[in-house]
Design a protein around this ligand. Structure first.
Ligand code: SF4
Ligand SMILES: [Zn+2]
Length: 523
């Protein structure tokens, strides 16, 4: 208790002074006071009523603060090892792991410790976030491993339900019940992400994903050249990626594309042209992208090609220049999530092991007076947002079947405080989802800042959340939809955000939150 009082009395301590204070208390009490221990003690005292909650103190003690900088706690879980229908020559095979994962990757090691059990993995990650001082009432659940759509459906349903059970802290009888409970649970699911192949997406699969509560799909496009897809035995064509993206967008999903430069048969020039096509082709234009330069691994078939002299990984310099060029081409509506897959270096036979590639490229761009304009590079960080100084922007771009609006609030310096993706469909889709027929679609609403507990007021805290930005963005989206002739708007809401939309006049219809725009509604 004394150490906590000491910390509260000295709110301006920097990291070094904080360390010295912890060491002094450790000496005085002949024990070791780590930040982690202080956080746990703080939580215990608050839970027992002995201490008033002090969010500012928790914010100062928070370890790895960037983990929840985007406003939600990302919880990553892996599915069990299971064969993938893909035969991709670059993909590693480790029988102990789901296809494409290596047993010494940190996330994979954690999953193995829990024998790939979804409940145990989710529960443990929530505990780690809590112990490190993060708020975990908003969780984005990322389910990784092989091709999700190729796992048996009863396994998929069980897996998702058990993740929900862990977030709810109790066991439901069905997935439906678990989802219902999560609407008011302590740890709410605000995003559910799976990864799959383009040729596994069709109308029926989309119904199924919505039934599970999925809101974001990571799609392995890898290349936009059919001959390169063939050479690497991907087993699908560019046309599959186009169709999958159109269907996913029509259902309101957020789409993360995986793209791999340096595949067999490619060159830096081909990769550059490929990246250009991502943005010039109206059938593509993903919301987020993961750039995974191909790594040469001994347990992948590509290794044999390299031994025969038929394949060569790019040098560090080539890769740096390529990624720098990609960054400059990325439009403002897209977020570059990764530029490198963090494979532990000993697995890479030959080629780049620059795990800090992002930083190296950023430095190079800065030296040239250039900068990446993607969402990630513009996200507001640690700035006290005053909402009245924010500027509204509506970036309009075309997809093959819709007019897309990227509505955002930005600071005067161009930092992104929050955004909303609105899709205005222009053609009827092949989907069977009646509740969104003829509706404008809100595909994403995101407000930046460290995750704040649901309902907590942000005044005085350095975050953009809970300053009414979400509400203002929703209002703007409704105005744009009405002006474009839509009288219905639907949100692909995660089950844990349904209450938020109910409070704004939306009703649950199927798996979407919908609102009529021709009725009087409160703003
Ligand atoms: S589809 Fe994905 S997981 Fe399956 S073999 Fe290809 S890269 Fe690996
Ligand atoms: Zn960027």
């Amino acid at each position: 208790m004394e150490i906590i009082r000491d910390l509260q009395n000295q709110p301006m301590l920097d990291e070094k002074q904080l360390g010295a204070l912890l060491r002094r208390h450790s000496r005085d009490y002949s024990g070791v006071f780590s930040k982690n221990l202080v956080i746990r003690t703080y939580r215990h005292l608050c839970d027992s009523g002995a201490l008033e909650p002090d969010p500012a103190l928790l914010q100062r003690l928070r370890m790895k603060p960037t983990r929840t900088i985007s406003g939600v706690a990302p919880v990553t879980v892996l599915t069990k090892p299971y064969p993938c229908p893909g035969k991709c020559i670059f993909c590693p095979t480790d029988v102990r792991m789901p296809k494409s994962y290596l047993s010494d990757e940190p996330g994979a090691m954690r999953a193995e410790q829990h024998e790939f059990d979804p409940f145990d993995q989710t529960h443990a990650r929530i505990g780690t976030f809590r112990d490190n001082g993060h708020d975990v009432d908003k969780i984005e659940l990322l389910i990784l491993g092989g091709t999700w759509s190729s796992y048996p459906r009863d396994y998929q349903e069980w897996f998702v339900k058990r993740c929900f059970d862990a977030m709810n802290g109790k066991e439901a009888n069905s997935l439906e019940q678990a989802q219902l409970w999560n609407e008011s649970a302590w740890h709410r699911n605000v995003g559910l992400v799976i990864e799959t192949r383009p040729d596994h997406i069709d109308s029926a699969e989309i119904d199924w994903l919505r039934n599970l509560g999925v809101t974001k799909v990571q799609l392995g496009a890898q290349s936009l050249h059919d001959n390169i897809l063939d050479l690497n035995k991907r087993g699908h064509k560019l046309s599959d990626t186009r169709i999958a993206m159109q269907l996913l967008r029509a259902a309101g999903f957020k789409i993360v594309l995986h793209w791999m430069p340096n595949l067999l048969g490619s060159t830096p020039d081909i990769d550059r042209a490929d990246y250009d096509l991502l943005w010039s082709d109206v059938s593509l234009r993903p919301d987020e992208i993961k750039i995974y330069p191909c790594s040469l691994l001994a347990n992948a078939e590509l290794y044999e090609y390299w031994k025969r002299g038929e394949y060569q990984p790019y040098s560090d310099d080539t890769l740096i220049e390529l990624v720098a060029a990609c960054k400059l081409k990325t439009p403002a509506y897209c977020r570059i999530n990764r530029v490198y897959r963090d494979i532990p270096a000993p697995n890479i036979v030959v080629g780049s092991t620059l795990s800090n590639l992002r930083q190296v490229v950023q430095k190079k761009l800065r030296e040239r007076g250039q900068r990446c304009g993607c969402i990630r590079c513009r996200e507001v960080r640690g700035i006290d947002i005053r909402s009245k100084k924010l500027i509204l922007d509506d970036l309009v771009y075309q997809s093959v079947s819709s007019e897309e609006h990227f509505l955002s609030y930005n600071t005067q310096n161009g930092e992104l405080a929050g955004y909303l993706r609105l899709s205005l469909p222009e053609v009827d889709s092949d989907l069977n989802i009646v509740e969104i027929r003829g509706a404008a679609l809100v595909r994403e609403l995101h407000v930046y800042g460290s995750a704040l507990p649901i309902g907590e007021n942000a005044i005085g805290r350095k975050t953009a959340q809970h300053r009414g930005l979400g509400k203002r963005l929703m209002y703007e989206a409704e105005q744009v939809a009405v002006a474009s002739g839509f009288n219905l708007i639907a949100v692909i809401a995660s089950v844990g955000t349904r209450e938020y939309y109910r409070a704004r006049g939306y009703k649950l219809s199927g798996t979407y939150m919908v609102k009529r725009l021709d009725e009087n509604h409160e703003q």
